[in-house]
Design a protein around this ligand. Structure first.
Ligand code: DAH
Length: 337
């Protein structure tokens, strides 16, 4: 009983010098732990003279409660201080401007390619693919362009070997798809093609979109309808469309399709060479010979095909006069789209 006041005093002395959370933890163990000073005092209760026991018990419990409350108060204070310190050391200046990473965007060619694909998809065409390194057979033979045929001069071919070329057009995808599946077919094939040619309107690599439809009753009027809808969606409702007779070995009859010049509204200008018209694609009814190559009966099936150059279409759409701008990757040019 006599040493209880000194117990409180020694606790006060020790607690006043506590500066860190681990010190308060040590203090708690020392006084309130299983073998702590206060705990031992309580354990000694049964040995105390019964007459003094209630007063002793009360006094020890008071000290215990006091120490518990003090420790809790000091601990809360220390935690608060630690939190404030961490806020200062981890300070974040939310007014600092962020690091700017300019978002990329679609290349104009990719953009127009997606636009073309979307328009034909909305008409129910599916997207087909073929290899860029192609067999002579698919690129030429099966499209009714035999070896030594003068029509091969239309396309300046990169040869890998006698039988392997870089595809000069996307038309071989027609053959690959038809070989694999029977009609009805409604397919477009966008992709890269290669020709040994370079000037303001030609690059050795460019993009084409091929399209074709095969069924039992496909007529030239179907071709006209599909292409007119495409052109009117791509350019404008009022863009005039003209079919001109032409020749391709893989179509019969063949046509070239012109649109009314979008720069001079058909009055004649530098871009349309005063003709009022711009040629935008080749098309026709699939040649019976082509059907024979893929094993379709030309008496049962008919179909149309068309092919267009994406760079040319993009140049017309945006009034660009040099195809090489697309591939120089000068951001001052690309950012304009
Ligand atoms: N393949 C031709 C070329 O690259 C374009 C073409 C013309 C594709 C007429 C066709 C077509 O499917 O019917 O010049």
């Amino acid at each position: 009983m006599e040493d209880l006041p000194s117990l409180k005093e020694s606790f006060l002395r020790e607690s006043s010098s506590v500066r860190a959370l681990h010190d308060i933890q040590a203090l708690r163990v020392k006084y309130l732990g299983k073998r702590g000073i206060v705990t031992e005092k309580l354990k000694a209760l049964p040995t105390v003279d019964p007459a003094q026991r209630p007063a002793y018990g009360r006094a020890v419990n008071e000290i215990k409660q006091y120490i518990e409350a003090e420790i809790a108060r000091i601990e809360a204070h220390l935690r608060e201080e630690e939190y404030r310190k961490s806020l200062l050391s981890e300070a974040l200046d939310v007014t600092l401007p962020g690091k700017y990473t300019p978002p990329g965007r679609e290349h104009p060619i990719q953009h127009v390619l997606s636009e073309i694909t979307d328009i034909f998809s909305s008409m129910g065409f599916e997207v087909g693919e073929g290899p860029e390194v192609e067999l002579d057979y698919y690129n030429f033979e099966a499209l009714n362009i035999p070896k030594n045929h003068p029509a091969r001069d239309m396309q300046d071919t990169f040869y890998i070997s006698d039988d392997v070329v870089l595809r000069t057009h996307t038309s071989p995808v027609q053959i690959r798809v038809m070989e694999m599946r029977p009609p009805p077919l409604k397919v477009i094939a966008p992709g890269k093609v290669y020709r040994c040619d370079a000037d303001v309107s030609h690059t050795p690599m460019f993009h084409q979109v091929e399209g074709f439809m095969v069924d039992t009753d496909i007529a030239f009027s179907d071709l006209k309808g599909v292409l007119e809808l495409f052109i009117h969606t791509m350019f404008s409702e009022r863009t005039p469309v003209r079919f001109r007779p032409s020749f391709f070995p893989f179509t019969e009859p063949s046509a070239e399709v012109d649109i009314g010049c979008i720069f001079c509204s058909g009055n004649g200008c530098r871009v349309c060479k005063q003709s009022g018209w711009l040629e935008i694609l080749g098309a026709g009814m699939i040649h019976p010979k082509v059907f024979e190559y893929v094993g379709y009966d030309p008496e049962t099936f008919s179909g149309f095909a068309f092919g267009m150059g994406v760079e040319r279409l993009t140049m017309l759409k945006y009034g660009i006069d040099d195809i090489r701008l697309f591939f120089e990757n000068d951001l001052r040019f690309l950012r304009q789209f």
